[in-house]
Design a protein around this ligand. Sequence first.
Ligand code: AQP
Length: 330
Amino acid sequence: MEKKVILSGIQATGDLHLGNYIGAMKNFVKMQEDYDCYYMIANLHALTVRRNPNELKQNALKVLATYIAVGIDPDKSTIFLQSQVHEHAELGWVLDCYTYMGELSRMTQYKDKSSKHADNINAGLFTYPSLMAGDILLYQADLVPTGEDQKQHVELTRDIAERFNKLYGETFKIPEPYIPKIGARIMGLQDPTSKMSKSSTLPNDTILLIDTPEEILKKVKKAVTDSEGIVKYDEKNKPGISNLMEIYGIINNKTMEEIEKEFEGEGYGTFKVAVAESIIKELDPFRKKYNELMANPKNLEEIYNKGAKKAQEVASKTLKDVYDKIGIIR
Ligand code: AQP
């Protein structure tokens, strides 16, 4: 039986954080055993915000090294740079023409990012979801593992694919979002009402995967909680503690009830140290492997070139079918 296909990606916009790991990459690793996986480094998507060119290049390598260091095996999964497979930009443009302004203007990410970057509300920020639809549909993906924040974009991808199939006949597989039940939205440690994010400006808000054990302990100890002093899951009234419980639960495979029992009668101090130690232990093998990979850019180059070749074999077939159907001469 043919394996189901997975496509997902992470933007090349900086050092990755615990939210990216728990919400997305932990599933990427698990799924590579049973699925045909395509994991993209979304460097074209990163252009919606002004970037330093050298940093953008370096960030693409960082995401690649992170993928491998968290456990994605380039011999099992196809890891590639979005920019090396030109079919993404081409299908993205085609799908722009099958996506409505009204749909795009309802996207939460567009609203958030345009308020954060009010001086640069460019058209790419607005049409980002059509390019993302192209990314997914090129590979005829069955599932798209992401955090909660990307669910809306996957739903729009489904709408665009259904619209296209209706007009031209069966062309695209309709993908499903695959979102973890716990950990789909890890919140900032300083502002537990906003998602943990690469671009947070609050100090100690985001745990980076490359943080040292000392930095992790310091950030978790400083995490905003509440004055009740009881380790209890209550997302609405205790967002800080609930967020730390989710992190602890995912890493240690424990339910919220089990965690409440484990820390009954203990203060937040003890709990926070346990959370920090779990994160440190989980990320310990990552740091060493990541540093080794980053020290050998030639090896990374070989991996992404090989991945792009494999990805393009699949992507070019889909684009050919699309062009034939809509009347574009190749
Ligand atoms: N806080 C989060 N909790 C759970 N999952 C998360 N993801 C991102 N933040 C969290 C998931 O990680 C994957 C890659 O995200 P991305 O880099 O493509 O985009 P992003 O959501 O724009 O990441 P950031 O950190 O928020 O970057 P900035 O600050 O640049 O906007 C996705 O699957 C996402 O769901």
